[in-house]
Structures are given as structure tokens and as C-alpha cells.
Write a protein that binds this ligand. Structure first.
Ligand code: BDR
Ligand code: CA
Length: 332
């Protein structure tokens, strides 16, 4: 195979194979965060996890950071650093989702301790440092770390290859009738991130609202099939999903793995449809606090909002990828 023109003369023969892109996941594990990390780890040919940064969110920061380490170890990626970020929202009171994710954040499943400790350096400084390289940031928790990054160093926005956010709900919320958890938990941070003027037009944020994530629900049959499909990873993922209490989709008989879909966009964007829109975040103290308002008719869009999902393809692929992690583990 002929190396591409830019490859050095002594490059290996397979240098034309596209290099995996590097991602950072800013997360609050959280069961769907855990599935998102496993999915990223299961696609090493497409993405390389450069680092995780942990935020307060589904449970407290001490637990989310520790859970991130545990999930990386389960995924066979213990070398990936985890940096702890902000322990609370910018100004809002602390709000968690332990009633959805369990008191330990992982559905009560007691994963073995992760190898290694929490990396030195604050999560915000890690986000700033990593932005010097060509990275996509996938933010799947409250946006506090991302907002503080942009406040501390606004030019960081132009350095990300892309920011993919799980958050918001155009039609409805899941914490209040109007607000989704990641935005509701720190609306001031979400507003800072989504209204910053520093995003280049060609790489404005991609936003995965509930309207998109609720299109692909994992059924009880899918989860029990996963438990019997593979080894430790599939059994553990199924056990965590069993402890994931999701009232907003219960009537439809399934569970949304919101955060895993945001990671999926970085690997298989063809599974999703987006529409550009101007997005505002309501930070008033009334009933609309934390609501995301999308103006799809705007001629000055600020985000690409995911509106359509190839749900069967995503759901089948997710299982196949989780099974591949077991195949790669020596203990099955
Ligand atoms: C979001 O809220 C959290 O509970 C989940 O991890 C996800 O990021 C969904 O509203
Ligand atoms: Ca999350």
C-alpha cells in the first residue's frame, strides 16, 4: 500500500489507515455515562480516549471520579487518566440523580476498584491542556467544567475539533416538565457554553437532547440478552442497566442510554440527523428554569441539534461493541 503523501518515508505500510481520533469525555458516571465510556473503549480503531474529566452530577464528584476509574478498568483501559473537576454548579444548589442511578451512581453494582488513582491536575486544567491537541470533547454531565474552561480560557472553544453535548429537551424535560437533568443541574454553566461567541461556525456544538435520545430505548429483553451474550463486561453492563430507574421512558417499556449516543456520534455520525438552530437556555428562577429553547428558523444558528436517530442500527451496534470488549478480555 502506498503511504499518503504526508506520511514520513519510513512510515509503516498501513499508515494510510485513518488514525483514530482523540476524544475526551467529561462525565458524571452515572450508568449511561458508564455505557458511553465502554462504547468508546470498544471502538479503538475510530476513537482513542485521551482522558476523562469528572464533574459533579448524577452523584457527588468523589463518586463520579472513582466510578470513571472503575469503568475504565472494566473496559481494559486502566491507563487513561481521570481528572476530577468541579464539585458543584456555578451558582445553583447541588442537585443529583441518585434516585435514577443508585446511591453509588452505578445502579448499586459494586465494581472492583479501578487501577491507579485520580490523576493530578484539576479537570478544567486538563480540558485546557488537552485542547492544545486535536481533540473532540464529549460532555455528558452538567456543563460546569466546560463553562469554567471557557471562562478561564475563552480561546479553548476554537481549539476543540468539536464539542458534543448530551443535554436539553426541545419538547420536554426529565427533571421538570421543561428541563433536562444536565442543563437543569447547572443552567448558568449551560448558558455560558451554548451562548459563547467563540465557537467557530464550522465546529459549533452538537447537542443531543432528550427528543433524540428517547428515540432509541433498550428493552428489558435487550438487557437480558446482553447479560447472556458475553462475559464480564456484558454481564456488568446489563446489571447496571437493571439498576437504572428511568421513569421518563418507563411507559414506553425501555431505557435511554443518552450519553452513549453522544459518543456514538463521534464514531458513526451517519446514524443521526441534525438540524441547525439557535439555542437559548432559560436561567430565570421560574418554572422554565433549565429549559433549552431551539429556534430552528434562525439564520444565526449556534448548535447542530440531533433530531433523528437510526434506533435499530444504534441498538444492534451497541450490543455488538460491548460484546467485543469481552472478546478482548482474557478472563472473558
Ligand atoms: C442525562 O442526565 C443524567 O442523569 C444522565 O447521565 C444523562 O447524562 C440525561 O438527562
Ligand atoms: Ca451523564
Amino acid at each position: 500500500m502506498t503511504p499518503p503523501p504526508s506520511a514520513p518515508a519510513d512510515a509503516p505500510a498501513d499508515a494510510a489507515v485513518p488514525k483514530a481520533s482523540d476524544i475526551i469525555i467529561d462525565c458524571d458516571p452515572g450508568i449511561d455515562d458508564a455505557i458511553a465510556i465502554l462504547l468508546a473503549a470498544a471502538c479503538p480503531e475510530q476513537v482513542r480516549i485521551a482522558a476523562l474529566t469528572a464533574t459533579h452530577g448524577n452523584v457527588g464528584l468523589d463518586l463520579t471520579a472513582r466510578n470513571a476509574r472503575k469503568v475504565l478498568t472494566l473496559a481494559g483501559r486502566p491507563e487513561v487518566p481521570v481528572h476530577a473537576g468541579c464539585p458543584r454548579p456555578l451558582t445553583a444548589p447541588v442537585h443529583d440523580a441518585a434516585h435514577i442511578h443508585g446511591g453509588n451512581g452505578l445502579g448499586g453494582i459494586d465494581l472492583p476498584d479501578g487501577e491507579g488513582g485520580i490523576a493530578e491536575g484539576h479537570g478544567v486544567d486538563a480540558l485546557i491542556a488537552e485542547a492544545r491537541h486535536d481533540r473532540t470533547l464529549v460532555a455528558v454531565g452538567p456543563l460546569t467544567n466546560v463553562a469554567v474552561t471557557l471562562i478561564k480560557q475563552p480561546q479553548t472553544a476554537a481549539r476543540w475539533r468539536r464539542l458534543v453535548i448530551m443535554g436539553g429537551g426541545v419538547e420536554k424535560g426529565n427533571v421538570t416538565p421543561q428541563a433536562e437533568f444536565n442543563i437543569f443541574t447547572d443552567p448558568e454553566a449551560a448558558r455560558t457554553v451554548l451562548t459563547t461567541t467563540e465557537w467557530p461556525a464550522e465546529s459549533r456544538p452538537v447537542l443531543f437532547p432528550l427528543d433524540a435520545t428517547h428515540q432509541a430505548l433498550l428493552s428489558p429483553e435487550w438487557i437480558s440478552d446482553l447479560a447472556g451474550s458475553g462475559g464480564t463486561v456484558c454481564r456488568t453492563a446489563a446489571a447496571m442497566l437493571g439498576g437504572y430507574d428511568t421513569p421518563s421512558t418507563a411507559a414506553r417499556g425501555g431505557k435511554a442510554v443518552h450519553d452513549a449516543m453522544a459518543v456514538a456520534w463521534t464514531i458513526r455520525p451517519e446514524l443521526f440527523e441534525t438540524r441547525s438552530a439557535r439555542v437559548e437556555v432559560i436561567t430565570d428562577s421560574g418554572a422554565a428554569r433549565g429549559r433549552t429553547v431551539a429556534d430552528f428558523a434562525s439564520t444565526e444558528p449556534t448548535a447542530d441539534i440531533v433530531t433523528g436517530v437510526d434506533a435499530p442500527a444504534f441498538i444492534d451496534w451497541l450490543k455488538e461493541r460491548l460484546m467485543s470488549l469481552d472478546a478482548a478480555r482474557s478472563d472473558g
